[in-house]
Design a binder for this molecule. Structure first.
Ligand SMILES: Cc1cc2nc3c(=O)[nH]c(=O)nc-3n(C[C@H](O)[C@H](O)[C@H](O)COP(=O)(O)OP(=O)(O)OC[C@H]3O[C@@H](n4cnc5c(N)ncnc54)[C@H](O)[C@@H]3O)c2cc1C
Length: 569
């Protein structure tokens, strides 16, 4: 189809566009037909060949204020590739999903495609429809559309949030509601609609953010607990005795909840913020078993939450655990609001918080060139690229060495004057003897930019104060992770960084932990208090991955069966 000039673009403000760019008219026709059949009522399907100039078309759609939900491009395009074309889509439509169409193939996708995904240039790839209907093709399209619609199509405004756009609490509330899948709209307090809402609600502008509920209730600067209560979540536990109290609803805690509840244990999950933990903040987890195109952290969290709920797990929101004690056969968890949870066993799954750079423009590009924590899974995709690593301790050093096997050049950005300050000698030597690793000392990242994916970083020299903008395709930030264990009693042994020590690691020097009463040694994953287990990132020696956290959560339930069975109490 030849697309009409801008002035003739049919005005269908409610119909977002699905654009197919393919040089082969026959193949394009098949995709167009399939999409029209399934999505023609709600979306406008447009096919574009080379003569239609797909990028020009995207520009015209942007100028006409049309929403583009997805661009599907064939890899073969004259003078360019589908990957290159898709990499430019977000310059015109910042939220459009980008699906690369390839020929039906068996085996591994070419490296260039995997690289494009890792760098955030495309969202996924799928084989063109090979038969009609091709449900595998539609699954890829529907999955991406569902993600797009969740954040781009107006839902019922269950909550209206009025606040200062750049205030930290406004951001926290938006983040909390979004991660808990509550549909809301944010109104800046200095805009006319925001002011009108405040007037109507009779709310004091001083007590912002103000939340106006669908049923007319008004909350002025609510706490997380008040917010959770307002959306109907349970915020205090029942008075009964549980078999398992799981502290933290990240992947490790959710897995423990699914296995515990499904295996007949009465299970409660305590979570102060949002389900999914760190994983819930990841735009796409690509290395979790069974999701070849990756899965958004939010999606994975919602699925796991629902699964545990269906098996009968209880959830208590909004109140962090603040204390834990042993009371005879019971383990008692105290919550911030003062209430207590009584349980026969406890699983600590409170994870870690990665230190962030705290630069909003870079936080917006997490997963699209900005990576926190792990470099391993992204390394191969960095082949022949120039990448940056921020941090001066061992984790940053290891990441730099690993990335140097693939990347053309790795630049390590270190705040201090020398690597030796925080890094092991063997790593310092390895870094200095690796030709494609460069180290910049006394430097800090103060900004960054990119449309859809990282394009540049702003670096500041800490001695002279001068700043420099460097082009960058990827930055790995490893400036420390803190286990969330400050609230635990001293009787739960932790290492010097605060990670919970478990199992045989507690038997240093052949001795059992002080005050350890059972005749047996601690089980794997068991802490220095019998019947209290630690799983996932919070545990000393854990692998910081979604899959390993999930694995540990399920293994802990097996051990709890043994413990409750009396063999190990
Ligand atoms: C941006 C990002 C992207 C990532 N991408 C990947 C990836 O692609 N693949 C991969 O394998 N790994 C990835 N990881 C790492 C992975 O997310 C973690 O290894 C995993 O989430 C650890 O799970 P967890 O349940 O142990 O802890 P967490 O996910 O940290 O969850 C801990 C939970 O405990 C809650 N909590 C904390 N304190 C308390 C308290 N006092 N009381 C009650 N609850 C509490 C927290 O609110 C949180 O919900 C990523 C991490 C980040 C930050």
């Amino acid at each position: 189809m030849t697309f009409p000039p801008s002035s003739q673009v049919p005005r269908m403000p409610d119909a977002p566009v699905l654009l197919i760019a393919d040089e082969d008219p026959r193949a394009r026709g098949v995709v167009e037909g399939e999409l029209r059949k399934r999505y023609g009522v709600d979306y406008q399907v447009i096919g574009a060949g080379p003569a239609d100039d797909p990028l020009g078309l995207l520009a015209r759609l942007r100028d006409d204020r049309r929403l583009v939900s997805m661009v599907l491009a064939s890899q073969r395009m004259p003078g360019t590739t589908g990957t290159q074309l898709l990499a430019q889509v977000r310059e015109f439509h910042r939220t459009a999903k980008r699906l690369l169409l390839i020929d039906k193939r068996y085996g591994r996708a070419p490296e260039s495609i995997l690289q494009a995904i890792a760098l955030g240039h495309i969202d996924a790839y799928a084989a063109r429809p090979a038969m009609v209907p091709d449900e595998e093709f539609h699954l890829a399209v529907t999955g991406l559309l569902e993600e797009w619609a969740r954040s781009n199509l107006p839902g019922p405004e269950v909550m209206r949030v009025v606040g200062e756009e750049w205030s930290a609490r406004s951001h926290e509330i938006r983040d909390l509601l979004g991660r808990n899948v509550v549909t809301f709209r944010f109104y800046p307090a200095d805009g006319e609609p925001g002011k009108a809402l405040l007037d109507q609600a009779g709310a004091a502008a001083a007590a912002m953010p103000v939340i106006i509920m669908l049923d007319g209730r008004v909350l002025e600067n609510p706490s997380n607990t008040q917010l959770a209560e307002a959306i109907g979540m349970q915020t205090s536990p029942g008075s009964g005795l549980y078999d398992v109290a799981v502290i933290g609803a990240g992947p490790a805690g959710l897995a423990a909840a699914v296995y515990g509840a499904s295996e007949g244990l009465s299970t409660v999950v305590l979570e102060p913020e949002a389900i999914g933990g760190q994983a819930g903040t990841s735009s796409r987890i690509r290395n979790y078993l069974g999701f070849p195109n990756g899965v958004s952290g939010e999606d994975l969290a919602v699925r796991a939450y629902t699964q545990a709920w269906n098996f009968g797990a209880d959830y208590v929101y909004g109140n962090p655990a603040t204390g834990l004690r042993v009371q005879g056969p019971e383990r008692v968890v105290t919550l911030a609001g003062g209430s207590e949870v009584r349980s026969r066993t406890v699983i600590i799954a409170t994870g870690v918080s990665y230190r962030r750079l705290g630069i909003p423009s870079l936080d917006a590009l997490i997963g699209a060139g900005v990576f926190y924590g792990a470099a391993t899974s992204e390394a191969a995709a960095m082949k022949d690229r120039e990448v940056f690593v921020v941090g001066g301790a061992n984790s940053a050093g290891q990441a730099a060495v690993h990335l140097a096997r693939y990347a053309a050049q790795v630049t390590l950005l270190v705040r201090g004057q020398s690597l030796a300050e925080d890094m092991s000698e063997y790593l310092v030597q390895e870094i200095t003897s690796t030709p494609n690793i460069g180290v910049r000392h006394n430097v800090m990242v103060t900004g960054g930019a990119g449309t859809g994916c990282l394009e540049s970083l702003t670096l500041q020299d800490r001695l002279s104060g001068t700043t420099q903008v460097v082009s960058a395709t990827a930055v790995f930030v490893l400036i420390g992770a803190q286990p969330r264990t400050h609230w635990l009693p001293a009787s739960i042994v932790r290492d010097r960084w605060g990670f919970v020590v478990t199992g045989t690691d507690l038997l240093a020097g052949g001795h059992r932990p002080a005050n350890w009463s059972p005749q047996r040694p601690p089980m794997a994953l068991e802490s220095s208090l019998p019947g209290i287990f630690a799983v996932g990132d919070v545990r000393r020696g854990s692998v910081k991955r979604v899959a390993s956290a999930v694995g540990e959560g399920s293994v802990a339930i097996r051990l709890i069966h043994d413990y409750l069975g009396g063999n190990h109490s």
